[in-house]
Each structure stands twice: as structure tokens, then as C-alpha cells.
Design a protein around this ligand. Structure first.
Ligand SMILES: Nc1ncnc2c1ncn2[C@@H]1O[C@H](COP(=O)(O)OP(=O)(O)OP(=O)(O)O)[C@@H](O)[C@H]1O
Length: 379
């Protein structure tokens, strides 16, 4: 049983005259047994946050609690937290067995027989039992990764912290290990915080995801919520591939006026905008409809620039001004054929658009869900 709580946790690095706020007042609760993925662009503070939880980095401000107990000043080795790094950090001169048992031998008075049995069971679980006498240099990257995981698992910790543990593996192995890690985590039921910069990994692995930017927490939500109901412009643009289309518009009564098109709002949508003067209209590529003709309030003439076949689907790059500069990306059924240069009508249904306050980035209106919870996010 372990819950982990971060309460307005801040980390400031002072580099001579430079004050770097790496983590800026993050508050977050991770439930017992939960798999939380922390995601965000490079340098947003993910590793620093994890290292503070692990006790490898001091906390400038705020409180971290494990099962309700403040652990700010508890030494790393006494926190009952195991960390798995991207670099694996295995001891090259020790065998796999030595690497897996070392931590237990050093920090507990567990009898050797118990250690050996734990290592044996964990090795079985990870399918590395035949490798116990090898040294890390004699293992593939994937096998080394399993040993690093094994070393964390044998400790039977309250919490696993994982910092981009799969990023050194090739794409195929990475996707295989993702599934395996999820299965293991579920089986073991250990509270896990997993850091990655890869939004696909976040969307496919986490019970919930915490999205960070510039040291600040942007949103904590299930992957589907983050995709369909982003809290702000940053989350909307970060999650999803191809990413959401954005248009900056000026509010003029019930009309949004933009460089490329004007968009008329219903009374209901207009109310969400309230007294904001500049909004950003967002629409996911799969929500853009391409129709042969149409002249409704939300239909716009466009020309196909490029069609990118993706298998089941095609990404269609469209230009409103026929100047070859892509203004809008649409994802359509892969069986449907469209040609470069073809004039079409792009329909942006009001139920599917998101509106954000351009200045603050905060969401004003998300797409209506009407069954969208069931659809697979494109990531
Ligand atoms: N020891 C340090 N001294 C000074 N600044 C640091 C130190 N460690 C990290 N930083 C800065 O703090 C910020 C957050 O870094 P951090 O490594 O936590 O980001 P990250 O999200 O994990 O990035 P990445 O995905 O690239 O690993 C960055 O601006 C980084 O330059």
C-alpha cells in the first residue's frame, strides 16, 4: 500500500547569477497501485521532479508525502522507493544475479536464502532466469533493461520511479516492453511514476497522465480526458498526432474573424467565449470533414496540397488560399481517394471545435463528446 503526494513542490537551481526554476509548485496525488505517467517536452522538469521523490535531489520548497508521512528529509536509501533509469546503471563487473541481489545484501539483513529465492522468482517473471550468471556486457539492450527492472522489483518497494526506461531500445522492443511493463505493474500492484517525453508512450501506458511544461503542471487526467478535454492550449497541442489544428481569431459579436476564414458561433458557443477578445480555435484532424460541396457557416473552400497515406487512414494537407502553404490537416478514411490540387470543402463542425483564450491559453470550450469517449485517440 502506498500513496504518494506532492504538495506545491518546487526546485530552484542557483547557477551563479542564474536562477533556474526547474519545478514550479507542483501538487499531485498518486493513488495506491496507480500507474502515473509524467510527460512533457525536454527540460520541463520531469527528471528533477522524479529525483526529488527518490531523494536524489533536495527540495527547495513544498512537501512530499509517502503514505501520509513527510519524506523531505528521509535519506534516499530509507525511502523504500526503487528507481529505474534510462541508462540501466548496472554494475559491469557483477553478474546479473549479483546486480539483482546487491541492493538487498547491502541494505537489509535478509537471509541469503531469501534473497536467492526472490532473485530467482523475479528472474523467472522477467524471463531472464537463464542469464543470471552473465555480466551486463554479455546482454542485449532489452535484456539489460529487464535486469534493471528486476533489480527494482526484488526490493519489493512501495513505489517504482522510472525515468525514460525504454528510450534506449529499438521501436519494436520498446513497444513490446511497454505492454510487458504494464502487465508487470498491474500484477505487482506497485504505485508507479513513469517519466517520458513521448506522448504516445504516455497515452498508451498510464492510468492517468500528468502533463508538465516549463516546470508547471498543466493537467492531470486520464489519457482520453487529456485528448478530448485538454485544459489548455499547451495540452491540446502536445497530445495527439498529427497535432490539433489551431487558428487565431478575433471575437466580433457572434463571429470569429481570422486571417483565413471567419467562423460564426451559435449562441451557446458564443456564451463560452464571454468577454474574451482573442480566441484560438482548435480542431483535431479526424474531426475535419471533407465534403464535395457545401456552403454552410462552417464550410470553407480549400485545395488539397498533399495526401499522406498512413494505412487505415490518410492525412490530407489542405490550403485555404491555394498558395501551397498548408493551413489545415485532416485525417480521412484510407480507402477514400483525393488528389493533390483537387478543390474540396472543409467542414469544421461547431460540435467538434475547441476554443481557447489566446492570451492565457485556458480552454473556453471543448469539443462535445457525443460518443467520442469510445474512439481511439490518434497519437
Ligand atoms: N543540476 C542542475 N543544475 C542546474 N540546472 C539544472 C540541473 N538539472 C536540471 N537543470 C535544469 O532544470 C530544468 C529541468 O530539467 P530536467 O532534467 O528535470 O528536465 P526533463 O524534463 O527531465 O528533461 P529531459 O526530458 O530532457 O530529460 C532544465 O532547464 C535543466 O537545464
Amino acid at each position: 500500500m502506498a500513496t504518494l503526494e506532492l504538495d506545491t513542490v518546487t526546485k530552484v537551481y542557483q547557477e551563479s547569477d542564474d536562477r533556474i526554476v526547474a519545478v514550479d509548485g507542483i501538487s499531485l496525488s498518486i493513488d495506491d497501485g496507480e500507474f502515473l505517467v509524467v510527460v512533457g517536452p525536454s527540460g520541463c522538469g520531469k527528471s528533477t521532479m522524479l529525483r526529488m521523490v527518490a531523494g536524489l535531489e533536495s527540495i527547495t520548497d513544498g512537501v512530499i508525502r509517502l503514505d501520509g508521512q513527510v519524506i523531505n528529509n528521509v535519506k534516499s536509501q530509507d525511502r523504500d522507493i526503487a528507481m529505474v533509469f534510462q541508462s540501466y546503471a548496472l554494475y559491469p563487473h557483477m553478474t546479473v544475479e549479483g546486480n539483482m541481489s546487491f541492493g538487498l545484501e547491502e541494505s537489509t539483513d535478509m537471509p541469503d536464502s531469501e534473497i536467492a529465492s526472490r532473485v530467482g522468482d523475479t528472474a523467472e517473471m522477467l524471463d531472464i532466469a537463464e542469464l543470471l550468471n552473465r555480466k551486463p556486457g554479455e546482454l542485449s539492450g532489452g535484456q539489460q533493461q529487464r535486469v534493471a527492472l528486476g533489480r527494482a522489483i526484488v526490493r519489493d518497494p512501495k513505489v517504482f520511479l522510472m525515468d525514460e526506461p525504454l528510450s534506449n531500445l529499438d521501436a519494436k522492443l520498446r513497444s513490446q516492453m511497454r505492454t510487458e511493463l504494464q502487465r508487470l505493474q498491474e500484477e505487482l500492484g506497485v504505485t508507479t511514476v513513469y517519466v517520458t517525453h513521448d506522448q504516445t508512450e504516455a497515452m498508451t501506458m498510464g492510468d492517468r497522465i500528468a502533463i508538465l511544461n516549463d516546470g508547471e503542471l498543466q493537467q492531470v487526467a486520464t489519457p482520453l480526458e487529456a485528448y478530448h478535454e485538454p485544459a489548455n492550449l499547451f495540452v491540446a497541442g502536445f497530445i495527439g498526432e498529427p497535432s490539433m489544428n489551431f487558428f487565431e481569431m478575433e471575437v466580433q459579436g457572434d463571429r470569429l474573424s481570422g486571417d483565413l476564414f471567419d467562423y460564426r458561433l451559435s449562441e451557446e458557443a458564443r456564451e463560452t467565449v464571454n468577454d474574451v477578445t482573442h480566441v484560438t480555435l482548435g480542431i483535431r484532424p479526424e474531426d475535419v470533414e471533407i465534403v464535395a460541396d457545401g456552403s454552410g457557416d462552417h464550410d470553407f473552400n480549400a485545395v488539397v496540397d498533399v495526401v499522406e497515406p498512413m494505412g487505415n487512414e490518410n492525412n490530407v494537407y489542405l490550403s485555404f488560399e491555394a498558395d501551397g502553404e498548408t493551413d489545415l490537416v485532416a485525417t480521412i478514411d484510407g480507402m477514400r481517394s483525393l488528389d493533390a490540387g483537387q478543390p474540396v470543402v472543409a467542414r469544421l463542425p461547431e460540435s467538434a471545435i475547441h476554443l481557447f483564450d489566446t492570451e492565457s491559453g485556458t480552454v473556453l470550450k471543448n469539443r462535445s463528446l457525443d460518443g467520442r469517449e469510445e474512439t481511439e485517440p490518434r497519437v
